[in-house]
Structures are given as C-alpha cells and as structure tokens.
Design a protein around this ligand. Structure first.
Ligand SMILES: *Cc1c(COP(=O)(O)O)cnc(C)c1O
Length: 469
C-alpha cells in the first residue's frame, strides 16, 4: 500500500513498527514527524520538572520568554560582531547585576554571562589564582571553603588548586567565621563562602568571614580575598533581605558568581560572574574578539554558546525590575514557609531551614526527630511513586551519619501544590507505618538520590551526575 503521510495514522507508519535506534549510527532516514514522535514519547519517562524539588533550576518560564528563546535559537553569543545587539544586552545585564550587588562602579567593572555558576566559579577561581601569582605567590595554591557544590571540587582538580574544605563540627551546618582563619596561609588564593548552601539552603556569614580575614590581615599581613558563590542567593537577598551584607559592599569580596537559571529566573544555561573592579580580573584571562569594527574583551571557558539565555535574562530583568523580583521572590518564600509549617505540624520532622529570607534561599530542609521506624530515604522513595522528586542525603563531613531532606521551592510552585505535596507526605508516612521498610537499607538500595556529589552514592559520584543542579 502506498505510504501517504496525509491520511495515514502516524502509529501505523513504517519506522514505528520497530524500536528506536539505540546502538550504532542509524542507517536509514525517517520522516521528521516520526522521529519527533519517537523522541517526544521516550521523554514521557522523565519526571515532571515542576515536581522536581531537588533541583534549584528554572522549571517555569512564561510564553514571552519561550518566544524570545525560540527567536534566538540561531544566535551564537560569541559572534559579537555579527550580533552586536545580543552583545549589548549582555553588557547591560552585567551592569545591572554589578549594580544589584553593589559594585563600586557597575558601568566599568568586568563581568560576563556564563553557562551557569559552574563556569562562573571556574572563572572567579582562576582570576584569584592569577592575582595570587602576580602578588608573588609560589608553590601549590589553595582555597578555603565549607561544604561546597561539586563545581568547586572540579575547579580544584581541573586547575590544580588544593581545596581546603572545613569539616562541620559540633552542631554546625555551615562554615563559620571562626573556622576560617586556621585554614589560611600564604598559599591561600581565596575564601569561598556559599551564599545559599546546597545541602541545607542556609546562607553562610560572608560579612563575618570578611571581618575574620580583616583581623588575620592585621596580625599577619595576609590579605586574602573572598569569592562568594551566590549561585542561588545572588538573586534573592538583594530583593528579600536587602540589609544582609554579603556582596561588594564588603571590600574584601572581589568576585561573585550566580546562576541566572536558578533564582535569576532565566531558562537553563544562564550564569553570571562579576568582579568588584576591572582590575580584579587579571588581563591574562581576557581575550579580545571583533566587535563593530573594534574589539570586545571575552573571558569564558566556552567559545560558541547560545545567545537566547542572555536575551531572555535581559527580558526578565526589565520585565520584573526590582519591584517585580521582590514581589515574586517574596511570594516564593511564603510558599516555602507554608510548606515548612505544614511539615512541622506533622510531628516527625524538625526544620533546619524553614524558608526565612534572612537565613537562606527559597528552600526548606529538615531532619527526622528522634528515633523513627523509617528513614528519609524511605520517604523520598514513597514520594517518588507519586512523581515528587525530593532529595534525601547525608550531611557533609564530619556529620555524614546524619540524613536530611531538602525541597527547593521555585517560581511556579504554589500553595496548592504544597498542599498536594503535604497530603502525599501524610500518605507516605501512613504507608511507612503500615508497611515498615527495613531501615537498614542503604540509600542506593532504597532508591535514594541526591544532587550533592560530595554526598552522593558512589555510582553518582563516579559519573559526576550527582552535581547539584
Ligand atoms: C547550583 C550551584 C552551583 C552550580 O551551578 P550551575 O549553575 O548548576 O553550574 C554552584 N554552587 C552552588 C552553591 C549551587 O547551588
């Protein structure tokens, strides 16, 4: 029978009468409609991103943003000369973010869009390393941090810098100012506080660390700069805790990274690295590309990159402004607080971070109160059967024997969804009470998952897919 794409049902077409190519490079060609159907249908197996409370990243974008993303699908951000207006929008975003973070001269300082906080962190770390060498630093450089996202372990390994991760002692959940100085020496290129910790969502005390380093300088002469990893806090605190001092208002803070695709609300693939002043980015890291007959400095790890993320980030900035971001981020905090209150009422949970905008990001983290007949991996597993992805994982060293759970509340998560989640948690608790799971199951056997590579199950660590999103 002749093949007629106009009238034939797609599911009766050839090429759908066998399974999709999976191994060697496929030999035959197939119609785009059929290829689309195959790919589209396979993706039904993925979780629903808005029910994925393990991720920090944007899972809701409005129609205008989608349109701009589609319209700029073909624009390479590295082609500054060919797409000068995309380059201009990036420059405006850099000035806006520098202004938001109180750089002394936002119009003239250096900054760049990146693919995310990971690339921005590498750039911030490299700049610190180059500045340290210029000051006469020799030997193996190191940097000091608390529990960090996996990108900092990558930075250490890829660029041959020792990572001095301060273990959590006592009941501490973050690196504290009085922890820092003992780990610093003349090889320390920077201290990296995390402003919105991956594990708990809590802010580290950047101002306190800056003060501790001021004291270190006054007694030892060591002048150690700070790079703030503000991956998710960078687009929250300026709006919802403006009195919290963590940014370039502290002269010791020389660079900051944030993920535009987290609380910046841009689609995936957007990050920012900003330096305090132009002089804080060593010239060796800068390359020049053609731009409108002149040249533009670039400092990225990638060459070609999509331009849509920056374009859409600019759209977000001018669409919402300070007023809109404040209104929206406050609303998200309220949902987080609503969830935290609901969880507290259930009984077995003790809040670590209840969504207070002065304490941390738009997330809720909790642990089990006392001895229970189940663990949080069991609960995570129960919730998964309803489509909720909520991470349970051990705390970082030296508190690895304690398990916590974290839900990141994002744009697009409503009070009503929080209610549905709470109802499913109640159902999960009832099921676990009726049919206790062996609490001796390892998290891998229980299907537990985590996005913290430092705390990930070995297979995740080996493949690095545990990288915190
Ligand atoms: C998410 C995150 C990163 C990595 O950011 P990407 O944008 O995913 O590359 C780094 N640090 C912290 C604290 C994070 O939360």
């Amino acid at each position: 029978m002749a093949f007629n794409p106009e009238s034939d049902d797609i599911f009766a077409m050839p090429a759908l009468d066998r399974t999709a190519p999976k191994g060697g490079f496929p030999a035959p060609e197939i119609l785009p409609d059929i290829a689309y159907e195959i790919v589209h249908d396979e993706l039904m197996l993925d979780g629903v991103s808005r029910m994925n409370l393990a991720t920090f990243c944007t899972t809701w974008v409005d129609d205008k943003a989608r349109r701009l993303m589609a319209e700029s699908l073909d624009k390479n951000i590295v082609d500054k000369d060919e797409y000068p207006q995309t380059a201009e929008l990036e420059r405006r975003c850099v000035r806006m973010v520098a202004d938001l973070w109180h750089a002394p001269d936002p119009a003239r300082t250096h900054g760049t869009s990146t693919t995310g906080s990971s690339e921005a962190a590498m750039l911030g770390g490299l700049a610190a390393k180059f500045r340290w060498r210029k000051r006469g630093g020799t030997g193996t450089p190191n940097f000091v941090c608390g529990p960090v996202q996996v990108c900092w372990e990558k930075f250490a390994r890829y660029f041959d810098v020792e990572i001095r991760q301060i273990p959590l002692r006592g009941d501490r959940l973050t690196m504290r100012p009085d922890d820092v100085v003992a780990h610093c020496d003349e090889h320390t290129i920077m201290v990296v506080p995390t402003f919105g910790q991956t594990f708990t969502g809590l802010f580290e005390d950047v101002a306190g660390m800056s003060k501790a380093l001021d004291q270190l300088q006054s007694v030892s002469g060591l002048d150690i700069p700070i790079h703030v990893d503000a991956a998710s806090g960078g687009f929250l605190a300026p709006f919802t805790a403006p009195d919290l001092i963590w940014d370039f208002r502290l002269p010791r803070v020389k660079s900051i990274n944030a993920s535009g695709h987290k609380t910046g609300l841009a689609p995936l693939g957007s990050g920012w690295a900003i330096w305090r002043e132009a002089a804080d980015l060593p010239g060796e890291l800068i390359f020049n590309v053609d731009y409108l007959g002149g040249s533009r400095p670039t400092f990225n790890l990638n060459f070609s990159r999509p331009g849509g993320q920056v374009i859409t980030q600019y759209y977000d900035f001018i669409r919402l402004g300070r007023t809109g971001y404040t209104r929206l981020q406050s609303a998200i905090y309220h949902v987080a607080q609503y969830l935290a209150e609901g969880l507290t009422r259930l009984g077995p949970f003790e809040m670590i971070h209840g969504g207070n905008p002065h304490h941390g990001i738009t997330a809720v983290s909790w642990r089990l109160r006392g001895d229970q007949d189940f663990n949080l991996y069991d609960l995570s597993d129960r919730l998964r059967t309803r489509g909720w992805l909520i991470a349970a994982y051990p705390l970082p060293a030296d508190r690895q024997n304690e398990t916590i759970m974290r839900a990141v509340i994002r744009h697009g998560f409503t009070h009503d969804m929080a209610d549905l989640l709470l109802a499913d948690i109640v159902r999960g608790l009832e099921q676990l009470a009726k049919h206790p799971v062996s609490t001796s199951l390892t998290r891998a056997e229980a299907g537990g998952f985590t996005h913290n590579a430092t705390a990930a199950v070995p297979t995740e660590k080996a493949t690095a897919v545990g990288a915190k999103s």
